[in-house]
Ligand binder design. Structure first.
Ligand code: PLP
Length: 406
């Protein structure tokens, strides 16, 4: 349905050669490449409209402000949030989760309270909660996974008790590719009166997000994983919660009035946006959302799934001792694997020599690695611009590398 050859023309980086071989970029889970129209928005932001937002009456400042605020309205529609005041711009998913842990957690979690995370969380959905443990004696309880990488929902239900105060889980795992049943996870938590943060870093580029349908209290994602710029992210929060939460950081933009005796804070969303934001990156995120919606997120996902199924089948059939981690139905286009006892790092290095960019290591998910009983894995992940030919190049390289290591 999509004209992939045409799409690839928007990405000059894909023409690069690595060690004199065509680059096959399969590290999209870490960050995806950025199409020309998004890069052009960044260039235009610096060459035509650069002025600080929200502070000027002059034309450039008003234009820059309008670009930022229209991006906010675009994000609101993209995730079907009820209002633009519930869209807070951050540096990324990591900062969004830190904001909630520090502000909501700092204000409302007390000694003896419990929060629920899952074993498949990225470190950015673990460490902010551990930082909170320095201030209060909060217990972290962990949802385990089944052999295929699905969350164990019975175990999840059993973790609730009268001390449970918060749940924070990813929508999709950056290692297993598992897409979690977030709507059900939220409904179960809400039946106990517990709010939920959904880490959507891996979902936003591939799955249509509807925060009202999920009924998420908070939802976080990063622009750079969805064809957008680095350094920009989004936190959606329900208005009722954002209103009772204290500011996360202090500074310009987030105040109503300041004196040495008393400072009052700005209305939502600015209360949580201290300092000059990356307004040019935010305007570029607007373009990235347009880009995704013009292609159709379902079309993107269908193309990626075709590559996922083809590559997974051939890897399993053809490469001896292939172990794939994460086989949940409907998973995202991510293949984490090991071949026999070969070290993930050696495989990644050798694949790179053949032009194949995959990621190796613990993928910022060390607790998951422990649960899987490995130190690290190799991960290949797909985006809209990847092709069947690239999958073949990857598979040929994998044959060569695994034979060499054997
Ligand atoms: N959560 C998940 C599931 C991720 O995969 C990542 C990044 O890989 C993050 C959070 C952190 O995102 P960022 O580094 O953009 O803040």
């Amino acid at each position: 349905m999509l004209d992939i050859a045409k799409i690839r023309k928007d990405y000059p980086i894909l023409d690069r050669k690595i060690y004199n071989r065509p680059l096959v970029y399969l590290d999209n889970t870490a960050t995806s490449q950025t199409p020309a129209e998004v890069v052009e928005a960044i260039v235009s932001g610096y060459t035509r409209t650069k002025a600080n937002v929200h502070r000027g009456v002059h034309t450039l400042s008003m234009e820059a402000t309008e670009l930022q605020e229209s991006a906010r309205r675009r994000v609101k529609d993209f995730i079907n949030a009820p209002s633009y005041e519930e869209i807070i711009f951050t540096r990324g998913t990591t900062e969004a989760i830190n904001l909630v842990a520090a502000s909501y957690g700092g204000a409302f979690l007390r000694d003896g309270d419990e929060i629920i995370l899952s074993v498949m969380e990225h470190h950015s959905n673990i460490v902010p909660w551990q930082l909170l443990q320095r201030k209060a004696d909060i217990k972290i309880r962990v949802i385990p996974i089944k052999d295929n990488g699905e969350l164990d929902m019975d175990a999840y239900k059993a973790l609730f008790n009268e001390h449970t105060r918060f749940v924070s889980v990813c929508h999709a795992s950056n290692v297993l590719g598992t897409v979690n049943p977030v709507k059900e996870i939220v409904a179960i938590a809400h039946s106990h009166g517990v709010p939920v943060l959904v880490d959507g870093a891996q979902a936003a580029p591939h799955i249509k997000i509807d925060v009202q349908d999920i009924d998420a209290d908070f939802y976080a994602f990063s622009a750079h994983k969805m064809y957008g710029p680095a350094g920009v992210g989004v936190l959606f929060g329900k208005r009722g919660l954002l209103e009772i939460m204290p500011p996360y950081q202090g500074g310009g933009e987030m105040i109503e009035s300041v004196s040495f005796e008393k400072t009052t804070f700005a209305e939502l969303p600015y209360k949580f946006e201290a300092g000059t934001p990356d307004f040019i990156g935010i305007a570029a995120l607007h373009k990235a959302i347009n880009y995704i919606e013009n292609l159709g997120i379902e079309n993107i996902a269908a193309h990626e799934h075709e590559l996922l199924d083809y590559t997974t089948r051939r890897m399993t059939d053809e490469i001896p001792d292939m172990r794939i981690f994460g086989t949940a139905p409907g998973k995202c286009a991510i293949i984490s694997f090991l071949v026999g006892n070969e070290h993930h790092y050696d495989m990644g290095m050798l694949l790179d020599k053949l032009g194949i960019a995959v990621r190796t290591g613990h993928h910022c998910a060390q607790p998951l690695m422990q649960a899987l009983g490995v130190e690290g894995v190799v991960r290949a992940s797909f985006a809209v611009y990847n092709t069947r030919e690239e999958c073949d190049l990857f598979l040929n390289a994998l044959h060569r590398v695994s034979e060499m290591l054997r």
